[in-house]
Design a protein around this ligand. Structure first.
Ligand code: GDP
Ligand code: IMO
Ligand code: MG
Length: 435
């Protein structure tokens, strides 16, 4: 039987626990691959009580797997080098391959991010200010710098020669007074190139040849489907394709080689940044969920907005991605809250709808329609761990009812449940590597 290739995708607004599941499943694959986004991502994993937060390096690195940063990712070389160094200092071997075609985040991208966003007023996304949007804009304008350029000093010089004067003018339009020093940027990025050269590879060949020879890969999505530039709540999202289809364009591995799409579904809603969140809770229950789920951004430390589970959203993203199975995470974080609400429809004026309308002005006026579920009592961390080891039958009956209701509304089976950040706080309902 051929080994399976799995795509892990966030079904909501990011921070669903993609990193945890990637680390959990990485044991069974040869490669772990990032295919979109950049260091706007913050993926947390907990191994034997030790916490790691990854922004660019795929979360499979702790398992000693070959980790690949595909062509669809935008790379800030300073952040990447820092991440490599921290891992090596922690005694972790970094077996990394980077696509020569991946685009590079330049200093002017970081300067422009934030000011461009703020100028959008009510249409701002509240970005992570890591230069993600400006770097993807340049990529699509065909004015980007790629990894292959920073190892060719003459090419980099030529490109900076026409790009930097234009960026300087754009910065002035936004009232940014920083001066761009073309020579200093050139020198700095050539130095980054000489340190990163050893990791560069034609990753589309590397991956396709490896998969054709019987090896397998885990494709680790970043952000969440509602932040996708095509299918999310435009313009309050990010600038890449966060849906499963991005795994193919972002790596050069054809879609027919992807065997299983696993949607990561948080048991409630969280959101960092701006834009309508129909089920948002601005009361004490919201505060309780935020504290119990430690909902503070991994990348920016911002408190995350939280709300009830929105089944309309997840049903929509499940359709777009074609989830084969879902993993419901952070179930433990809802402990002690009774009743719980699941949003099954929206009301807009006199109209009731069960579809997403990707129009921010429309969505901001949608009121959630709820179905009420029973909550479950609190358990200690040790008790959740014991529960996970004993399996589904030992979960509180109210939690099982909640999980079953989510599965039945979404129409996709839960293959994993997660009741804590650690590997041993995971319940496997189906082995996704088997048919
Ligand atoms: P990602 O961006 O999707 O990888 O998610 P983040 O790492 O940004 O945020 C998820 C947070 O929840 C992290 O701090 C995880 O360690 C933690 N986490 C993941 N699964 C669970 C779970 O089932 N229960 C609890 N309590 N925490 C979890
Ligand atoms: P992970 O991979 C949550 C949000 C930002 C902002 C919008 C655009 O950890 O789930 P950007 O900097 O990408 O231009 O910001 O997207 N955002 C995320 N929210 N988790 C993430 O990543 C995110 N990456 C970007 O808050 O609203
Ligand atoms: Mg995150």
């Amino acid at each position: 039987m051929a080994k399976k290739n799995i795509v892990i995708i966030g079904s909501q607004w990011g921070d669903e626990g993609k990193g945890k599941l990637t680390d959990y499943l990485a044991d069974k694959v040869d490669f772990v691959v990032r295919f979109q986004g950049g260091n706007n991502a913050g993926h947390t994993i907990v191994v034997n009580g030790k916490r790691f937060a990854f922004h660019l390096i795929p979360s499979g690195v702790v398992r000693g797997k070959t980790v690949v940063i595909g062509n669809g990712v935008v790379i800030d070389p300073r952040v990447l080098l820092h991440e490599i160094k921290s891992l090596e200092e922690a005694g972790i071997k970094v077996n990394l391959k980077i696509s020569t075609k991946a685009h590079v985040i330049m200093p002017y991208h970081v300067l422009l991010d934030g000011v461009e966003d703020a100028a959008k007023g009510k249409y701002a996304a509240g970005t992570t200010k890591r230069g993600i949007g400006p770097a993807y804009s340049d990529k699509h304008m065909r004015a980007g710098i790629r990894m292959m350029d920073i190892v060719q000093p003459d090419v980099l010089r030529e490109k900076l020669g026409y790009i930097v004067p234009i960026k300087q003018k754009i910065l002035e339009i936004y009232g940014v007074t920083d001066r761009l020093d073309e020579n200093a940027i050139h020198e700095e990025y050539v130095a980054f190139g000489s340190q990163l050269r050893q990791y560069l590879a034609d990753t589309e060949y590397l991956l396709n040849e490896a998969l054709d020879s019987g090896k397998n890969a885990l494709f680790e999505g970043a952000q969440g489907s509602m932040l996708c530039v095509d299918h999310g709540l435009y313009p309050h999202g990010t600038s890449s394709n966060c849906v499963a289809q991005g795994a193919s364009t972002g790596t050069g591995v054809p879609m027919k080689k992807m065997d299983y799409v696993l949607g990561i579904v948080k048991a409630y809603t969280s959101r960092v940044g701006a834009g309508p969140v129909p089920t948002e809770l601005l009361d004490a229950t919201g505060d309780q969920i935020r504290e119990q789920g430690h909902e503070y951004g991994t990348t920016t430390g911002r408190p995350r907005r939280v709300g009830w589970f929105d089944a309309v959203t997840v049903k929509y993203t499940s359709m777009i991605n074609g989830f084969d199975g879902i993993c419901i995470t952070l179930l433990d974080a809802l402990e002690g809250i009774d009743p719980l609400m699941i949003c099954t429809a929206y009301e807009h004026g006199n109209e009731r709808m069960t579809r997403w309308i990707a129009d921010t002005n429309f969505m901001k006026d949608c009121k959630p329609v709820y179905e009420q579920m029973r909550g479950w009592p609190k358990r200690t961390r040790e008790e959740w761990r014991t529960t996970a080891s004993k399996g589904y039958g030992t979960l509180p009956p109210e939690m099982r009812a909640y999980v079953e209701r989510i599965q039945s509304i979404i129409g996709v089976p839960a293959t994993f449940l997660s009741v804590g950040p650690g590997r041993d706080e995971t319940i496997v309902l189906k082995d996704v590597f088997k048919d």
